[in-house]
Ligand binder design. Structure first.
Ligand code: DGY
Length: 327
């Protein structure tokens, strides 16, 4: 029986499905699988069912002589050294499409919550400060009819744009590739600096790469309007956290809505967590039962296909052919 190392108990019946494919070695801790345990247990694994918190790098792959597939239960795969997997002939699976609309919903939720100061409103009640209706209370920034800048125009960026169109927003995008879909939707493509200057709200929807690490740095925050909201639903490291804390404190920008942070998990005593104009949630972008179960099953399917010598349902290195586990 091939062995499948699973680094976190996945939702739904994914474990039963994996058990139909091989012998499951599950890390069932409450925390992310410690690196030392991952390294100790990957040696005899034929498949790795990984989470975005597991670093799949040279150090791990050097100990993983049997691996024929890495299947990440996430659409993002910045935790994986894909080139190192490719050079060893290991296909890397991820879970696109099934979470696109759910993450776009999260982006819009964060945008409205941060721009309209919902977090401060909740605190106002919890602190027992609500004594009368006040026409001057907690004025926010309009979302409908404003200009939304989307950085990155992949599946999720596009799904955000569809929602923004329903809110009567002007949409501008900045994307590494010329996005034909943007032209089709009448969306204007601009360079990053122009996007930052013109947008009332900015949403970061790029994958984390060397190029996008710190794409929102101190200079980017200076370029933004002082009334602007920054939303991040990609990965925390696309934003320079210290610069963001400074910009939120000084009023350089008005608010931020963050699903992802750097560091992650964000300690409760982190300065970002204490800022009234930062609306921060713990990486819940795809967190609905239906979506998380679909992702879990998708990641199982990628392993099933690899074991059968078939192309994965979604591979990030599609040139690497699947090969069944060794006997
Ligand atoms: C992903 O799949 O990469 C998301 O960040 C999970 O919500």
């Amino acid at each position: 029986m091939p062995k499948i190392l699973v680094t976190y108990r996945p939702p739904g019946d994914a474990l039963d499905r994996l058990a139909d494919l091989g012998e499951v070695d599950l890390w069932d801790g409450t925390d992310a699988m410690p690196r030392k345990d991952l390294l100790a247990r990957v040696g005899d694994a034929d498949a790795l069912y990984s989470m975005l918190t597991d670093k799949v790098d040279e150090g791990l792959l050097n100990r993983a002589g049997r691996l024929v597939v890495v299947s990440n239960m996430a659409v993002g795969y910045d935790n994986i050294d894909v080139a190192a997997c490719t050079s060893r002939g290991i296909p890397v699976g991820h879970t696109p499409d099934v979470l696109t609309e759910t993450v776009a919903d999260t982006a819009f939720g964060l945008l409205i919550a941060a721009a309209r100061r919902f977090g401060e409103g909740v605190d106002y009640i919890r602190n027992d400060e609500w004594k009368k209706w006040d026409p001057n209370l907690l004025w926010g920034t309009e979302v409908h009819g404003s200009t939304l800048g989307i950085i990155g125009f992949g599946r999720i960026g596009m799904a955000v744009a569809r929602r923004a169109a329903g809110f009567g927003m002007r949409i501008i995008v900045s994307s590494r590739r010329r996005a034909a879909q943007a032209d089709d939707l009448g969306i204007v493509q601009v360079d990053l600096n122009e996007l930052l200057i013109r947008s009332d709200h900015v949403i970061v929807a790029v994958p984390l790469t060397e190029e996008t690490t710190g794409i929102i740095d101190a200079a980017a925050l200076v370029a933004m309007k002082s009334s602007a909201t920054l939303i991040n639903i990609s990965r925390g490291a696309t934003v320079d956290t210290d610069a963001l804390v400074g910009a939120l404190r000084s009023g350089q920008i008005a608010a931020a809505g963050l699903d992802v942070t750097d560091p992650e998990p964000l300690p409760g005593n982190h300065p970002l967590a204490a800022l009234p104009n930062a609306f921060v949630i713990p990486h819940l972008g795809s967190s609905t039962a239906r979506t998380r179960i679909a992702m879990a099953n998708f990641a199982v399917e990628n392993i099933a296909r690899a074991f059968a010598g078939r192309p994965l349902r979604a591979s990030v290195n599609p040139g690497v052919p699947s090969r069944p586990p060794q006997d």
